[in-house]
Structures are given as C-alpha cells and as structure tokens.
Design a protein around this ligand. Sequence first.
Ligand SMILES: N[C@@H](CCC(=O)N[C@@H](CS)C(=O)NCC(=O)O)C(=O)O
Length: 233
Amino acid sequence: MSQTKPQQPQITLYRGWLDRGKRPPKGKIPYLELQTEGGEVEQIGDSTLIVKDLIERGVIPNINAEVSPVLQAQDLAIRALLEEKLYFYHTWERWTQNYYTMREHVLQALSYPMRVFIGLIIYRKTTATLNGQGTGHYSGEEIASFRKEIWESINALLTESKSKASRDEGKPFWVLGGERPTEADTTVFGFVVSVLICAAAPDSQEVVRGFPVVLEYASRIHDEYFPDYEKCL
Ligand SMILES: N[C@@H](CCC(=O)N[C@@H](CS)C(=O)NCC(=O)O)C(=O)O
C-alpha cells in the first residue's frame, strides 16, 4: 500500500526585533508562522516549543530520541545554562554596556527619532527584567567571572569531545561527546555565533575567541550545515 507523505506546512520565521511589534504568541522573537494545507495559519513562539511542534508535525527529526535519559538530563542542563543564565549576561552586556551599538543595529529600519523612542522603551523593559531576574544586581566583575566560568565549562566539554573524535578530521564533534548532535548543540552553536556576530558584545567575543576549540566546533558545524552563510569564525 502506498503512503502519501503529509504535506509540509509553509513556514515563515520571524526573528528581527521589530517583528515583536506584531504581537507574537510569547511576546518574543523568534516565532514561526505556519500555514497548513487547509490554509490555516498558526503562530508558535519560543524556540523550545517551536522545536517540539516541528517534531510532532514530522517537519524535523527528534535528534534526542535515541539519547539515554542521563544524557537527556545533561542536554537539558546545558541548554538551561545558556538560555536561562548566560542569556541574561549577554543581554546585560548588549543593552546596558553597549546600548547605542545595540540600538542602532536592531532598530536600523527605523528613523532616528523612532530609534531613540523605541530604544528607550526597550532599555527600560530590559533593565527591569535584568533586575527582576537578578543579573542587574551583580557588578560588572561578577558578571564577567560568571560568564567566563560558563564558557570554560563549554570549552571543557568540547575539548573532551574533540579529543574522542580526532579520527574524523574536519568533521563536527558534539557537546555531549556522542556520534551525533543533540539539541544542546543547536543551542551552543547558536550562542557562539550570536556572540561572534554581535558588535555590541566585545567582552564576550574576547572570551569566546580565547577558546580555540569552541571556535573550531562552530567552524566545523558551519562548514557542514551552513556553507551558504557568511562565516564569522
Ligand atoms: N527562551 C526564548 C527566549 C526568546 C527571547 O528572550 N528573545 C528575546 C530576543 S533575543 C526577545 O524577544 N526579547 C524581547 C522581550 O523580552 O520583550 C527562546 O529561546 O525563544
């Protein structure tokens, strides 16, 4: 019996700061708009929920399906470390220490008066979030040391993984040290690239550029999966 593959939905990804003005489901970028075969349009916000939804629809494979429960726990911990901790140190560096560079970049599509106005709203909301979450109460030195500790930990995992994978010269190696990527790799790769391309993150860039194995990790993933993108490594 022949089986017809379900029609893939049409997907539009919104990831620019100004897309937040369109009231996405979680009030944040990134979010997706999915148009199903029947013409229905659905919005999904939050990268974790987006991944779960696309797996359920069969659009992408569940790369964690074969991973043991212990490794799944480690995978989750790495993602949480970056998304719920390092993310706020990044936000602090970009929006409080390099405010004008950040504002001019993310709001570049707006006129100057609008950049000033919207920039102020973002600044006030961001500092309130940082204070509520806790990062806003640390000193610059404390944030720098927490941030360094995180990148050192990521570097330690990747260094171990790279040494195990040394037979596969030039091929990607993975943060949990396995043969295949897990979800944590999508997060680690995203954070490395985000630091390297962000002009408002000079201190983070210096830290990341001090870890050759982290750069090598991202470079190999780039070559394997994103050769059509400009390389920042
Ligand atoms: N955990 C969320 C984080 C999304 C997130 O915080 N996005 C930021 C930009 S990087 C945002 O839209 N911030 C605007 C706001 O909080 O109002 C995800 O991965 O989707």
